[in-house]
Design a protein. Structure first.
Length: 318
């Protein structure tokens, strides 16, 4: 299954994921911000509405989200519950998937979703953003970078796959894909995929490396860190962590990605399998430990806390 098929399956399955497997990220990560705060850090009137998933899991939504933040486009936001999509959303978006944007054009009526021009599919959205806000180009119409695509394709099956003969092959493929990506980043002059400036290729890469960088620590701790022995990927990660368009609202945190690991296992693996069940229990235990650690950090009030490696639920050191 290709990366697109894997991620489409994720979006589709989340729509039917029951409460036992659900995780409401907005209560633990800075993603479910109200629409009143969604128009980036500007006081300008929003020019569009972004429709995205409530949990902030959808990697395609993240691409558009980072793009909007990078370009400084004032936008409103409506969160779509993938477990119970509202009928009005199903009526206005032919694919019924997220993300989508609605332009606040001359036909737009805030009380009538779908009255403005609608665009869906993340690539089409980014291309429109580039066309209308060209001052900060994301090069969304450029040909895809093969090495980025391979990292995305190789990741899902390996991360959530079982420990069997094919797992070794998948792990080797993922490692080789990371090595090839490191070479591309090095050759580009970096720190980003296409050189000094953030592009759509980085927007595609960030959601995958972010979540799997945390989830592999639980699911496959024997697999080296994604940037281990890969200095260009390490440099890319550092650059992304300095990019406000990514860190201000879009980036998740160690606790949240660990906490949702069990839900992802229920989607991509056989939850009734003993090995998978053990992984689910392990992931939930790891998430509980991180939560306890973050709560303990909140108790520090002296200067001694400066030497304590604590992380709060927003991914920031206290």
């Amino acid at each position: 299954m290709t990366m697109l098929a894997h991620l489409a399956a994720l979006a589709s399955t989340l729509a039917t994921l029951g409460p036992a497997g659900a995780f409401v990220a907005s209560s633990t990560r800075p993603r479910g911000v109200s629409s009143a705060l969604a128009a980036t850090a500007t006081t300008e009137e929003p020019v569009l509405t972004l429709y995205r998933d409530t949990n902030g899991w959808c990697p395609f939504c993240e691409r558009v989200w980072i793009g909007l933040e990078k370009k400084g486009i004032p936008y409103d936001e409506k969160l779509i519950n993938l477990q119970d999509k509202p009928q009005w959303y199903l009526d206005i978006v032919p694919t019924t998937l997220v993300p989508a944007i609605e332009w606040h054009d001359e036909n737009w009526d805030a009380q009538k979703p779908g009255s403005g021009e609608l665009v869906w599919e993340s690539k089409d959205i980014l291309e429109q953003l580039d066309a209308r806000f060209a001052a900060t180009p994301l090069r969304s119409a450029d040909e895809e970078v093969a090495e980025v695509v391979e990292v995305l394709n190789a990741s899902v099956g390996f991360v959530y796959g079982a420990r069997n003969g094919t797992a070794d092959d998948k792990g080797a493929r993922f490692a080789a894909a990371l090595d090839a990506l490191d070479a591309v980043l090095s050759a580009s002059g970096g720190p980003f995929v296409r050189g000094a400036e953030l592009s759509a290729a980085d927007l595609a890469l960030a959601p995958t490396l972010e979540r799997f960088g945390e989830q592999l620590k639980v699911l496959k701790p024997e697999f080296p860190a994604l940037d281990a022995g890969r200095p260009a990927i390490a440099r890319w990660s550092e650059a992304m962590d300095l990019e406000p368009a990514y860190t201000r609202r879009v980036k998740g945190d160690a606790y949240s990605w660990t906490a949702v690991t069990s839900s992802f296992l229920r989607i991509f693996a056989n939850a009734s399998d003993a090995e998978t069940a053990a992984k689910i229990a392990k992931a939930d235990k790891a998430a509980a430990a991180l939560l306890a650690e973050s709560r303990a950090c909140l108790l520090y009030t002296s200067d001694a806390a400066d030497d304590t490696p604590c992380v709060d639920l927003g991914g920031r050191r206290i």
